[in-house]
Unconditional design. Structure first.
Lengths: 119, 450
């Protein structure tokens, strides 16, 4: 079983949360704890970078939906970055790819967001 | 102390010792009869036969607080008694004494000069003359205050013991009642848990005529209630509703959502059985009920079965709506197997206007349709001991489709049995609960063809 690791960093456009490893029933509580510690400002973008994600089950999806509600609650937006092929199918089936803006990398997400707000 | 000579003779004296020695001996023996009479540790009283007091000793005078001259020749024995004592004396004591010549150990109460009561034990004898005629009554009275106090104490302790016993009885009864309440509560909880379990899963599915049905629920953990669910139930006009899904999360909170989802789906299907409408209603209910940092949502397939009366081969039309759920698999009569894709369907309960995708398939004799939850495809394949699955250590959709192809053509019971065996083989690799629901149209038998 792959463990879960999280790292967070701040950017001018908002916080970036990197989730790596397995996001499931066992690791979801820790991911939620880190997530709720982030406070994106109004009009900012919360980026959840999933490049290192190896597995995501239904409980893991709960965390992502909670992240979305958390961002919206702060009048911020959310984007997913680097959704790996192994979980892309799950995201397709559950329709998550329509609920979330997705980008190849976190930097792409930030660049697109900056370009949009600058424009 | 001087004693006036009454009508009674003094006690006879024994032979008198002589001198000082004799006086000391006498004092030691207390054989001064007059002193012994007057200051005896009990009361003495002599009355005439009509009860008039003739002689009384100092001890009794002291107890009663009377002077001798107030009693002798002036009062009768009965006058010294309380009202109750007088009554008893008149009705029992005196008649018995008259008949028997003696009476003893009778408890009476005297009333002293100051009105206080003095409990005594009374013994009386009748002295007769030489001719046998009764002359007077001799009465001895013992102070019964201690005895009365003892009796009162006995009564009190008996009352206390009785009260303690009653209290113990009450406590025992209360304990028994409490025990009964606990037992009843336990039985009630058990019934409740059983009922709740029944509401989460149907105990057995009733199949529509012309359809075979099989279902299986695999529990991954006895500690955590999973959120998978399924049902099959009749609707109007020979149509049937069915659903299978997975509430995200585990435990009691997920079970509560599962219950809500099940009842909402059944009620919504009665209201408007169109599968997309049923899931739209469920989405509205869930998004209003759960939001914020503890989102509760589900993936679900809802199907509407309509008997196909137009095609001579018979069978059913099945319309499936998907809310972000893994697609059903059709195991065809021709030996093929394929997913029934419902692309772009979204999780139910996350956003207000979730997109719901539908697909329709015709089930002909020999066709089987299988609905499952992702507990199966997300199971770890390590127990299989080989490179099974999609290469990421999970069983996966491709492996499931390959298995389905190997099974087809099949029947609902056979397909569910095969997957049940697979789940058993995967064992601890199955992290999450898994629900399976299969429907198949049997080939017509010679009887049904006629």
């Amino acid at each position: 079983m792959t463990d879960l690791s999280t790292t967070t960093r701040s950017t001018p456009t908002g916080p970036v949360l990197e989730i790596a490893g397995d996001l499931d029933f066992h690791t979801a509580p820790r991911a939620r704890e880190v997530l709720f510690g982030l406070t994106p400002g109004p009009g900012q973008l919360l980026v959840v970078d999933l490049t290192g994600l190896t597995f995501c089950d239904s409980t893991g999806i709960t965390v992502l939906v909670a992240a979305r509600n958390h961002a919206l609650g702060h009048r911020a937006q959310i984007a997913l970055a680097g959704v790996p092929g192994t979980v892309a199918r799950t995201f397709d089936i559950t329709g998550l790819t329509q609920i979330f803006a997705t980008h190849p990398t976190a930097q792409d997400a930030i660049d697109r967001w900056s370009a949009r707000t600058d424009g | 102390m001087t004693v006036k000579a009454g009508g009674e003779e003094p006690y006879a004296r024994g032979p008198a010792p002589e001198g000082d020695e004799a006086a000391r001996f006498s004092a030691m023996l207390e054989d001064n009869v007059v002193d012994l009479y007057e200051n005896a540790p009990c009361g003495y009283l002599s009355t005439l036969m009509d009860g008039q007091i003739a002689k009384v000793n100092a001890t009794l005078l002291g107890w009663l607080g009377y002077r001798r001259e107030e009693l002798v020749g002036r009062k009768r024995f009965a006058d010294l008694l309380t009202v109750g004592g007088r009554l008893y004396h008149e009705t029992h004591f005196a008649p018995l004494l008259g008949m028997q010549g003696e009476i003893g150990g009778i408890a009476l109460e005297l009333r002293a000069a100051d009105g206080t009561r003095l409990p005594v034990l009374v013994t009386s004898t009748v002295k007769t003359g030489d001719d046998g005629r009764p002359l007077l009554i001799r009465t001895t009275l013992f102070d019964a205050r201690d005895r009365r106090a003892y009796e009162t104490e006995l009564l009190r302790t008996r009352r206390e013991a009785e009260e303690a016993r009653l209290e113990a009885d009450r406590a025992r009864l209360a304990a028994e009642e409490a025990h009964q309440v606990v037992e009843a509560e336990r039985a009630r909880l058990h019934r409740l848990a059983t009922t709740l379990q029944r509401t989460l899963l149907p105990p057995s599915l009733t199949a529509p005529t012309g359809l075979e049905v099989a279902a299986y629920y695999h529990i991954a953990s006895a500690d955590e209630v999973g959120g998978d669910f399924y049902d099959l139930f009749p609707l109007d006009g020979g149509t049937w509703g069915l659903f299978l899904g997975d509430v995200c999360g585990k435990g009691a909170a997920a079970a509560a959502v599962t219950s809500l989802v099940r009842y909402t789906l059944r009620a919504a299907a009665v209201y408007d059985p169109a599968p997309a409408a049923v899931l739209a209603n469920l989405n509205t209910v869930l998004t209003r009920e759960y939001h914020g940092t503890d989102p509760r949502f589900c993936t679900v397939l809802f199907g509407l079965l309509t008997p196909d009366t137009e095609d001579p081969r018979g069978g059913f039309r099945l319309t499936l709506a998907s809310g972000g759920h893994p697609p059903a698999i059709l195991l065809g009569a021709d030996g093929s197997a394929r997913y029934l894709p419902t692309p772009d369907g979204q999780l139910i309960g996350v956003i207000p206007d979730a997109h719901i995708a539908t697909t329709t398939v015709c089930l002909r004799p020999g066709d089987t349709v299988l609905l499952h939850t992702d507990g199966l495809t997300e199971a770890r394949t390590l127990p299989l001991g080989g490179p099974v699955g999609d290469g990421d250590g999970r069983y996966g959709d491709d492996a499931l489709l390959a298995l389905a192809t190997s099974l087809a053509p099949t029947t609902a019971p056979a397909a569910v049995t095969a997957l049940q065996e697979l789940l058993d083989t995967l064992g601890a690799g199955v992290d999450d609960d898994t629900a399976l629901l299969a429907l198949s149209v049997p080939h017509p038998t010679p009887e049904t063809e006629q």
